[in-house]
Each structure stands twice: as structure tokens, then as C-alpha cells.
Design a protein around this ligand. Structure first.
Ligand code: BES
Ligand code: MN
Ligand code: ZN
Length: 481
């Protein structure tokens, strides 16, 4: 992660390169602390070079000012009418990207919006280095310019907050990008256990404990793999907490589809089928340092979905922990099976609200594309809170309806319900939500299908190609507004 520090404008070394964000039309943001003559000169040169301040546009320039060479980078934030936290984040990401090969450090005036500026720079600087060294990055850090001493304390807080949320995002990205054979359920459970201490307690259930509890759905999915599944319960108890929030994550450490095997094209991206659980782990990891006045419980259901000799077969019936039986018509609809047990477990732990996060359906990607998650739920206030948090975090969620009449489609002739729509294949994302609702025990509940945003196939301004750490920032924003 690049190192960000606060710097008083009056301590700015004359030779340090400067970074700026400009709106379309060329007006530079912030800048009040930098000599206005110098600013004017930079703006004039950028304009002469054809820089227009459009989104993702960058310019590098070098001018002479008071006998010294001053180097500057500019990034466009697009039209003023649409300017907000996310356009600043994105422009700061572009700035950090453009600085990567040029400078070791530069100074930037965030115009008071430290958190978004810092997040943008840090998110853009991520690279996954578990199997090869990072390449082509000279940039070590940036100095965020602040003016008065009184500004400094709030700036410090905003910066720390940005650091924590990016630390969580990076953890979720690292786990999602890790090769599938290098993250068996037991290893992820062991990792979760290592987070224990200082405000977090962690309980790990292996196959024995899971059978004792009757987690037949999660156990069923893991039967196709030589590696056993694992269930993790993390708990954070904030000071004076009155509300118990349960975060549940789908943790399929690789989804081959099982006997209902997936086609080979793109199957490697199914190493990120544990993105939901990774987000839950990542959020729980930083909560003790964010200290919200809540009790937050994380429930992660880890398993491979493989077609091994003892794999679930289409037509098999499994019994979830809450006693409901499920006819497995398609072994590739495994996420809802492991979540059925996770939800049942969380209900027994008496939560006040449940939020599950899962790469549940390809249909969500078809409907919404790679940048938008689908949200479904039974509680208006919880839904509104999550949608608002996602807006502030710069992530996009779209509410889908839980169409009651479609529940019919999940009826099974031999069990309480089927794991896919039996008669019709449409509305796959909603069907996934309706299935999960059956296990939420009537509690206020929201399901977030992050199939699209969990992965970036080409990389974007704020995320490298691969796992994105989607929903982590939204959850943090929701829990710690
Ligand atoms: N993990 C997949 C969903 C998925 C697909 C996530 C593409 C991200 C990108 C899930 O387990 C799955 O396979 N769902 C099936 C459900 C179907 C069998 C009802 C799907 O979407 O095809
Ligand atoms: Mn699947
Ligand atoms: Zn899956």
C-alpha cells in the first residue's frame, strides 16, 4: 500500500512534484494553499497542452517557476455537475496511476476531502504479489496537504479511516486472487482464527461439529472434494452495543459446478467464489479498530464445490440445520446450500439483522454487468441503510424484488424445496434470493449478490484485474457511518 501522510502546506519542499484534480473545463480543485501564481501557470500550461479535465484524463507537465523546475500531474474528474466523492476517488486513483512510474512521492491538495482522496490513491495502487513481484511501481507515497493545525486532527481521522477500509479491501482482494488450491477451507478457517484477540473472538467448526449441528447442506457441498469444509463464526462486541448484526459470507473456495460441471471458459475466475466470505472476514478484521457501538457477528461457510467420487448428485436430498430438506437439482447452485446452513446458524444465534453476501448467480451479471450488485431483502430500513452506505462508499447496488409468486417455482415433489427454479429458469437472481429467504427465520434480512462486482476482468481505475474486494467499503460504511 502506498504510504500517505499529511503535510502542512508551508512545509512543502519546492522540488516536490504536485498532483491536482481538475474539473471539466479546467478549474483546479483545492489549491488554496499553493501560490496562486504557480497555480495559474500550471492551469494555463495544462490547457495549452490540450488537457480538458475529462474523467480519467491525465496530464503531466513541467514548468519553471521562481527559477525552479516544478513538475505537476493533473487528473480530470469530469463535469462539475456530477462531482462527488466517487469522482474524486477515481481522479485520485488516476493520479496515483499516472505517478506510479514517474515519482517516488508527490504532494496533493485534497481540498478537505481527505478520505475519498486517500481511498482513491490507495485503491489504485493495489497489486497482487503472492506469486510474483510487483512491477513498474516507483511511487512510495503521497503527501496530502493540509492548512491549519486545527484541520489536522480531523484530517488524521479521515486518513486513518481510509487506511482501515483499504486494508480490508486489500485483504479481500488478496484472498480472492489466491490460487484455488492454495486456499482450502481449513486454511481460511485457520487464517480467521489468527485474527482472534483484541476485540474479536473466533470459533471454527470442522466436519464433526457441523454434523453434530445438522449442517447437511454445507456438508453435502463439501462431499465432492477431498478437502473438508469449514464454518467460521467471528464476533466483535463494540462498547455499549445494543444491536446484533450478522454478516454472512458464501465461501466457495472454488466452484467447478460439481457434477453439474461448468464449461471450461472462464472457470478459473471461480476461485473468487469466496468473495462474500472474504468480505466478511476483511470487515471483521478491521472492526476492532473502527470500534462501532454494535455487536457484529461474521459467519463464513467455506467449501470447495468439486465433482469428486462422493459428490452430491442431482436428485440428492440434503437437510439444512433448520430441519428443512432441499432437493439438489443442480449441483452448481451450491452457494445457496452453504448459505442455508449459515443463515440457520445465525438465526439460532439470535441476530437483530442479517446481511448475506454472495457471488450467487450468473444471472446477476447478465442483468447488471460487472459493476453493479443486486440487493434483495425483507426489511425497508435495513435495505435503505445499505443502499445509502453503498452510495457513500462509491459502490453500486440495485434493489431487486422478492416476487412472492415465484416461490412456487422452488417447490419440490420430494423435499421442502428445490435448489433451483424447477419449472422455469428465468429470474435466476430473484430465485436465489427467494431460496435464501426461506432460511432467514423471518428476521430483518438483506441478500447482496455480488457476482458482477466481485471481479474485474480488465482492471479499472480503482482496482487491478482480478478480485475487487467488492462490498467491503459498503459494509464498513454501513456499520460505521
Ligand atoms: N458462483 C456461481 C455464480 C456466478 C457465476 C458468480 C458467474 C459469478 C460469475 C454460482 O454458484 C452458480 O453457479 N450459480 C448458477 C445457478 C444456477 C445453477 C441456478 C448460475 O448462475 O448459473
Ligand atoms: Mn455454482
Ligand atoms: Zn458458486
Amino acid at each position: 500500500m502506498i504510504e500517505l501522510s499529511l503535510m502542512d502546506v508551508k512545509d512543502l519542499p519546492a522540488a516536490m512534484p504536485l498532483g491536482f484534480v481538475a474539473l471539466e473545463g479546467g478549474s483546479i480543485l483545492g489549491g488554496a494553499g499553493i501560490a496562486s501564481g504557480l497555480l495559474k501557470e500550471i492551469a494555463a500550461r495544462a490547457e495549452a497542452d490540450g488537457f480538458r479535465g475529462q474523467r480519467d484524463e491525465t496530464a503531466f507537465l513541467s514548468i519553471f517557476w521562481e527559477g525552479l523546475e516544478r513538475r505537476a500531474l493533473l487528473a480530470g474528474a469530469g463535469p462539475k455537475a456530477q462531482f462527488g466523492g466517487e469522482s474524486l476517488r477515481r481522479a485520485c486513483g488516476a493520479l496515483a496511476n499516472a505517478a506510479k512510474r514517474r515519482f517516488e512521492v508527490f504532494a496533493f491538495d485534497p481540498a478537505g476531502r481527505i478520505r475519498e482522496a486517500a481511498e482513491g490513491m490507495m485503491l489504485a495502487s493495489y497489486s497482487f504479489n503472492e506469486y510474483k513481484k510487483a512491477e513498474g511501481m516507483r511511487l512510495k507515497g503521497a503527501n496530502l496537504l493540509v492548512r491549519r493545525g486545527s484541520e489536522r486532527r480531523t484530517a488524521e481521522k479521515a486518513l486513518e479511516r481510509a487506511r482501515l477500509s483499504c486494508e480490508a479491501v486489500f485483504l479481500a482482494r488478496d484472498l480472492g486472487n489466491r490460487a484455488p488450491s492454495d486456499k482450502p477451507p481449513r486454511a481460511l478457517a485457520k487464517f480467521a482464527k489468527s485474527l482472534e484477540g483484541s476485540g474479536l473472538s473466533v470459533e471454527v467448526l470442522g466436519p464433526k461439529e457441523m454434523s453434530r449441528l445438522g449442517m447437511g447442506a454445507l456438508l453435502g457441498v463439501s462431499r465432492g472434494s477431498a478437502q473438508p469444509g469449514a464454518f467460521v463464526h467471528l464476533s466483535y462486541r463494540g462498547p455499549g452495543a445494543k444491536r446484533k448484526i450478522g454478516l454472512l459470507g458464501k465461501g466457495i473456495t472454488f466452484d467447478s459446478g460439481g457434477l453439474s460441471l461448468k464449461p471450461p471458459a472462464g472457470m478459473e475466475t471461480m476461485k473468487r467464489d469466496m468473495a462474500g466470505a472474504a468480505a466478511v472476514l476483511a470487515v471483521l478484521k478491521v472492526l476492532p479498530r473502527l470500534k462501532p457501538k454494535l455487536e457484529v457477528h461474521g459467519f463464513c461457510a467455506f467449501s470447495y464445490n468439486m465433482p469428486g467420487p462422493d459428490a452430491l448428485k442431482p436428485g440428492d436430498v440434503v437437510r439444512a440445520m433448520n430441519g428443512r430438506t432441499i432437493e439438489v437439482l443442480n449441483t452448481d447452485a451450491e452457494g445457496r446450500l452453504v448459505l442455508a446452513d449459515a443463515l440457520s446458524y445465525a438465526v439460532r444465534e439470535k441476530m437483530d439483522a442479517l446481511i448475506d453476501v454472495a457471488t450467487l448467480t450468473g444471472a446477476a451479471v447478465t442483468a447488471l454487468g460487472p459493476q453493479v450488485g443486486a440487493a434483495m431483502g425483507t426489511d425497508r430500513a435495513l435495505m435503505r441503510g445499505l443502499l445509502e452506505a453503498s452510495r457513500r462508499a462509491g459502490e453500486i447496488l440495485c434493489e431487486f424484488p422478492l416476487v412472492a409468486d415465484y416461490k412456487e417455482w422452488l417447490k419440490s415433489p420430494v423435499a421442502d424445496l428445490c435448489n433451483i427454479g424447477r419449472v422455469r429458469g428465468e429470474g435466476g437472481t430473484v430465485i436465489g434470493g427467494l431460496f435464501l429467504e426461506e432460511f432467514a427465520g423471518g428476521l430483518p434480512w438483506v441478500h447482496l449478490d455480488i457476482s458482477g462486482p466481485s471481479w474485474s476482468s480488465s482492471g479499472g481505475p480503482l482496482a487491478a484485474q482480478g478480485a475487487t474486494g467488492a462490498i467491503v467499503r459498503t459494509l464498513i460504511e454501513f456499520l460505521c457511518p
